[in-house]
Ligand binder design. Sequence first.
Ligand SMILES: [Zn+2]
Ligand SMILES: [Zn+2]
Length: 258
Amino acid sequence: MKVKVLGSYGYPEDLSGTTCFQLSERVIIDAGRIFRFIETDPNRIEYVLMTHAHFDHLSELPFLIDATFGFRKRTLKVCGSRKTVDILKENIFNDLLWPDFSSINLPGSCTPSMECVVLEEGKVFRIDGFEVVPFRANHVVETFGYLVKDGSTGVVFSGDTSANGKLWDIVNGDETISAVFVDVSFPSYCGERAALSGHMTPKTLKEELSLLKRRVDIYIFHAKPFYFPDIEREMSCLLPEVKVLKGGEEIVVGGGVV
Ligand SMILES: [Zn+2]
Ligand SMILES: [Zn+2]
């Protein structure tokens, strides 16, 4: 499995942008920064797996459907927990802030250009050859992390989260999982702010990794760019084996960065 990092920061910094991971031509996780690094046709994106409805994770979603609804062949499915999709419907796609694209059909058809799909914690969702299992993250709003498997390999995406023992239970219990993408947003001297806002620091991650019983590759995302040099410096001392992601990179799961 390959994961293209379309956006990797927790703030819209010029190069790396906010969170978005591409699993295939048809599937992305979150929609913070889509367009800058995508190399496939955005009209073919069919599933957006939303971790939660914070702005840094949805900022290019309104533009994705706006730019593609006149060209796409299939409905864009925006997937997430009941609460996440309700927030999107009530606050973004409400014909006030942005059009309600679920009431706008694809050209020449009776099929809506967008629909919201509710996912349930622990329940397998099959899309484009992947098995996706949502699990609960520890954030300030309802947030899913996702376990994604392609048959032979598994990857865990933490979602925005503070310490989350459940995540490491999942990784310890499944030998096919070979990579974890995990939130580290602040340097450890901002530990209180990180805990209050539902994120991790390098120190939290190091404590969390003591729960890990298997060898997997760890990648961090969601760094706040104004702290990025401090986070990178701290990571290289505390956890030198962990990779700090940047926008545009492609991760071959189990095989490193392209
Ligand atoms: Zn975020
Ligand atoms: Zn968040």
